[in-house]
Every structure is written in C-alpha cells, then in structure tokens.
Design a protein around this ligand. Structure first.
Ligand code: PMP
Length: 438
C-alpha cells in the first residue's frame, strides 16, 4: 500500500505521486500545492535557513513555513524547551499551568493592547475568537474588513482577500461552501482609505461588531499603513465603541515583540498573534482589553465560549516562551531588518540594471518583488495588474539555483535570524542571472 514504485523517477516524484492519491491535490492546502508549479517536490528536513528535499537537494528557504520561522528552522533553544515540556506531558486540559501564565505575562508585557490572553493553536482560531468576543460585546453582527487582508479560513473573515476587480467594494466570498449570511455581514473598504472607513463606521456604527485589519497587510506582499489611517480607525472605533482588532498573526513577533501596535503607536482593543510567536510550533493567542476577554471567563454556562482541546498545549507554550526570550535577548529584529534592507536595496538595483519594470516592497524581514507594477502600493487595487507569469519564471529560475520561495506572485519572502550575508550574496548573484533571462 505504501511502497514506492521503483522506477527512474526521483524519490520526491514518487512521494508526490502517492500524495496525489490520498491527499486532495497532493498537498494540505491549495497554496501549498502551488509549490508544484515549479516542480514536484517533497521535503524532509529543515535546519537554520536550509530546506532539504527527500532527495537531499538543499534550498535556502525564504518561505519559512509561510512566516512562523523567525529564528531559523530547528532552533536549538526552542526545540530544547519544547522537548523539556514534552517530558512533563503535552496536554493537561484542566486548570492552568505555570508555562501558560508565563507566556500570557509576556504577551501582556510586550503588546500594548493586551491585558488578558486566551491561547489557541492557529491564527484562524484567534481571529474567530476575537470576532466572537466583539460580537458578544456589541450585540452586533457586521464586520468591517479591508480588501487584501487575510484573517484565516473561517466564514467570518474569508471574504474579499483577493476579490476580482469587478467586485471591489462588495464582499466577495473566497471559498465555496460559505454561509451567505457571513458574507452579507461583511463590509469591505480599501486599505488606507480613512474616509471610506470612517464613513462606514459612522453610518453603520450601530450594526458593526468589529473593525479588523492586518496593520501591515502581508497577504498581498506588503502594504504599509498610513499613520493617519491607523489613527483614524482608532478614533472612529473608540467613538462608536466598536472593538478594533489588529490581526498581528504575521507582524507580531516577526516585526517586533511589541507588534505593529508598538511600532506604529496605535493600540487596538483585541490582538491576534500566531506564527512567529512559536517559531513554527502550533501556538496562537487572542489578547486584549480585560472587559472584552473577561466575557469568556465564566464557566461556559453563560458568556462567550472559547474552547479548544489543544489550546495551551505545553510544547507550543514552551516554544513560545523560548522564542520570545530569544527574540528579545538576541535583538533578532535588528538583524533581520538590516538584512531585509540589504535584500530590498540589492533587488531594486538589479531591476534598474536590467531595465525591468517592477518594484520591491516590504517591511523589516519581509519583502516581495512585483513585476509590471510601479510605485508604493496603498491598497489591494494597486496590486492588481502585476505580471504573474514573470514572477513564476523568476521563482522557477531562482529555485533551479537553490533559493526557495512560493511561486505565488502575491506572496512574500521571509528572512530569519539564521539568514545572513552569505545567503544575501548568493541570492543577489543568482537573481542577477535570472533577471537577465526573465
Ligand atoms: N491572519 C493572517 C494575517 C495570516 O497571515 C494568517 C495565515 N497566513 C492567518 C490569519 C491565519 O492563520 P492560520 O493559518 O494559522 O490559521
């Protein structure tokens, strides 16, 4: 049943063939299946900045599991902490545990908008809980979100992430099988459009349960927020007593241990963190104002239900404690930010040397090359029209030369503490070569 046919094919190809039989599309998610656009590949190991296939081919990894890996793969400090936790059992599922309190205390210390914390296992769970808390608090159902922002796969939020151009302004379901009422209860406006957001909150304030955003939208590469936009959102939501939710699933602990809220000095009512919080271990959290979180503080016979068998699992918490402490002790953000600046500057020079129309966007440890578009993107509409084919050719050329990132042109490169000058030099050298041919 699970033996690999012995043919001329590589082990990778044989495993992918088997995967396609028993896993829909041969990958756990549609986005992961896109790795096949640049060749069938099964991976078996990852260490530091290196990702290795089952055939022993090594890549410098810029994908980093879609972003959680901030310290590098298989970081000793994090893995040792998780192993120690495992020795004490992985799950208690009752009461609390010292590790849970220690990580919660760190989130409260570091994130300005966080007074109390509930743990869960993924970013989607965190945004789900945040919205339920906000709906309970306001008694309202509608959500205001921004085109191009992703907040997870559930019906509450999987709307207008990548809407088609002719549906801008209307809520666009991203998946079949979604509840139409969830879609209808979503209001969407362009990111960075303070006037539009303010008008919607002022007009529908009595029906809105929450305003949710990625403070730096990375689901479309990178869009930088206008300071005034974030401040307007803060002001109008405070006036309307509508919870403002910062989805810091990518930005939290990747850009700063204080999150984008610390960086931009705008404090939300609810915050979702995941990804870099645990350097790849399944750990996430929703945090925020005590009066909002306390709604879930009962005995589940009244108030808001926040639940989850694996929430607060010990290896995840241990990984989070070790990740946060390492980020702070090693000043990880200085390293990855400086390195990110070098990649961005190098790539901009290369685009200009080769006379290629395009732009390099990014922030700190994240960057994207977008072909066929220029200028700094302000919103989702500014991303439309990028040259998808050229990016896929670039990704394939770079992959042939040992650099791995998703061939999805709307996604991004990530850097970790394990990336350094050697990876930078090799990347720019090979990008020079590839850009000469795309
Ligand atoms: N919010 C943001 C900003 C994300 O980038 C993601 C994942 N890409 C999520 C939420 C959902 O997180 P998860 O995949 O862990 O459910």
């Amino acid at each position: 049943m699970n033996s690999e046919p012995t043919t001329d094919t590589t082990r990778s190809e044989r495993i992918v063939e088997r995967a396609r039989e028993v896993i829909p599309g041969g990958a756990q998610t549609g986005l992961r299946a896109q790795a096949y656009d640049t060749g069938d590949v099964a991976f078996e190991r990852a260490n530091g900045a290196t990702l290795t296939t089952v055939d022993g081919e090594e890549y410098v990894d810029y994908h980093l599991g879609f972003g959680p890996i901030i310290l590098g793969h298989a970081d000793d400090r994090v893995d040792e902490a998780a192993r120690n936790a495992i020795d004490g059992g992985v799950l208690y599922g009752t009461g609390t545990a010292p590790l849970e309190v220690e990580v919660a205390e760190r989130l409260v210390d570091f994130l300005p908008g966080v007074e109390q914390v509930n743990f869960c296992n993924s970013g989607s769970e965190a945004t789900y809980h945040a919205i339920r808390l906000a709906r309970a608090y306001t008694g309202n159902e509608k959500i205001l979100k921004f085109e191009g922002c992703y907040h997870g796969w559930h019906d509450y939020v999987d709307v207008s992430v990548y809407p088609p151009e002719d549906e801008l302004g209307d809520p666009h379901p991203e998946s079949e099988g979604m509840l139409s009422s969830a879609v209808e209860n979503t209001l969407v406006v362009p990111f960075n459009d303070s006037e539009a957001a303010e008008a919607v909150v002022r007009e529908h304030g009595d029906d809105i349960a929450a305003v949710i955003l990625e403070p730096v939208p990375h689901s479309v590469g990178c869009i930088l927020p206008r300071q005034e936009f974030l401040e307007t959102l803060r002001e109008v939501t405070r006036d309307a007593d509508v919870p403002l939710i910062f989805d810091e699933v990518i930005t939290g602990f990747r850009h700063s241990p204080h999150g984008a809220q610390g960086e931009f000095g705008v404090t939300p009512d609810l915050t979702c963190v995941a990804k870099a919080l645990g350097n790849g271990y399944p750990i996430a959290a929703v945090g925020g104002r005590t009066d909002l979180l306390e709604q879930a503080g009962g005995d589940n016979k009244s108030g808001v239900v926040i639940s989850g068998t694996y929430s607060g699992n010990l290896p995840g918490l241990a990984a989070a404690r070790a990740t946060i402490d390492t980020i702070v002790e090693e000043d990880v953000q200085s390293h990855v930010t400086d390195l990110g600046d070098e990649y961005r500057a190098g790539l901009r020079d290369l685009l200009s040397d080769h006379g290629i129309e395009g732009r390099v966007v990014g922030h700190r440890s994240i960057f994207s090359v977008q072909f066929g578009v220029t200028g700094e993107p302000e919103n989702y509409e500014d991303i439309l029209g990028l040259d998808e084919e050229r990016f896929r050719e670039f990704a394939a050329g770079m992959r042939e030369r040992g650099h791995f990132f998703t061939p999805n042109p709307y996604k991004r490169h990530h850097l970790s503490f394990a990336h350094g000058e050697a990876e930078l030099a090799a990347y720019l050298d090979d990008a020079d070569d590839v850009l000469g041919n795309v």
